[in-house]
Design a binder for this molecule. Structure first.
Ligand code: LMR
Length: 329
């Protein structure tokens, strides 16, 4: 599998560790890095690692974007600027929306069949932007476009160990659905499998930590950015899931932010939520998102409240992305 990873951050952020994980993966035989600076050096450094992937680094000059993308089976986009304390992910929209739009225009032209994994924030808006760009180019396949929300699942697994006192909570499947920012992130602890109890008095705290885990890192880094290492871990976990499923591994399910009407089973969820873009467990396969799994039935009244707030937030985020793509400033 050939992969392409965009940097476009002007700084060593999660694209560094993420490219290291991808370079080390036996599932990738070619890895192309693209950014406005630094990629030749990073690629030279990574090229000394004795894994199978052949690595190249491109800059915008000499048709770098075209060369990085041509032949890519999977494209991961962590591009853009990170948050500073006090900022929401939506505050990044002004800069990151344009970056994602330009990069996806490149994908539409040079790698229209690639699985496209968007990490760039605000994911709730950048994925609708990507969908609009691909649609306008006549190459949109909703089964191949994913917003990466895996870090929310990883955080839920991690914090649950602490709050439940269960050391093996990370082995449980903890669905986190909705979107990827604050109140749009909805952990469904009633749907954990195998089932276990969170002490009632700790439930609200746990939900809040999952929803606002990104802020903890932004505050701790104190102006130096947001989560990079944990995001690299999560981005790699999702990329690996897509790759494994594309190579025929069965039963691969991960929550991810998709365009519901274009994924089998997604219509029911779109109807129930009233939004077209939503993160829900997706069964992955050779063609990407093979099936959207509806886990909305039987949620608790508190989870329904969380979902209502999520949907309200998502509606605005999605609309903003679509309007930007349709009428760029
Ligand atoms: C995260 O969840 O850590 C990332 O989306 C980065 C951020 O801005 O919080």
């Amino acid at each position: 599998m050939a992969g392409c990873l965009y940097f476009t951050c002007h700084r060593p952020t999660y694209s560094g560790p993420l490219s290291l994980l991808l370079k080390a993966s036996p599932l990738i035989d070619e890895l192309a890095l693209y950014d406005v600076v630094n990629t030749p050096g990073v690629a030279a450094d990574l090229s000394h690692i004795s894994s199978v992937a052949k690595i190249t680094g491109y800059l915008p000059k000499d048709d770098g974007l075209k060369h990085a993308l041509t032949g890519a089976d999977i494209v991961v986009i962590p591009a853009g600027i990170p948050r500073k304390p006090g900022m929401t992910r939506d505050d990044l929209f002004k800069i990151n929306a344009g970056i994602v739009k330009t990069l996806v225009e490149g994908i539409a032209q040079f790698a229209p069949k690639a699985f496209t994994l968007v990490i760039s924030n605000p994911v709730n808006s950048t994925v609708p932007i990507a969908a609009e760009v691909l649609k306008a180019a006549g190459v949109f396949d909703p089964k191949r476009l994913f917003g990466v929300t895996t870090l929310d699942v990883v955080r839920a697994e991690t914090f649950t160990q602490e709050y439940s006192g269960k050391k093996n909570a990370s082995e449980a499947t903890i669905p986190v659905i909705g979107g990827h920012s604050g109140e749009t992130i909805v952990p469904l602890f009633s749907k954990v499998s195998p089932n276990f109890q969170i002490p009632t008095e700790r439930y609200e705290d746990l939900v809040k930590r999952v929803q606002f885990g990104g802020d903890e890192v932004v505050q701790a880094k104190d102006g130096a950015g947001s989560a990079t290492l944990s995001m690299a871990f999560a981005g790699f976990r999702f990329a690996e899931a897509v790759l494994k499923a594309s190579q025929g591994v069965k039963g691969v399910v991960e929550p991810t932010f998709v365009y519901l009407p274009g994924v089998p089973g997604g219509d029911t969820i779109a109807k129930a939520t009233g939004v077209d873009f939503f993160s829900t467990p997706i069964e992955l396969g050779p063609n990407g998102a093979e099936k959207a799994i509806n886990i909305l039935d039987g949620v608790t009244p508190r989870e329904q409240e969380l979902l209502n707030a999520c949907i309200k937030g998502l509606e605005g985020n999605i609309k903003k992305g679509i309007e930007f793509a349709q009428n760029p400033p």
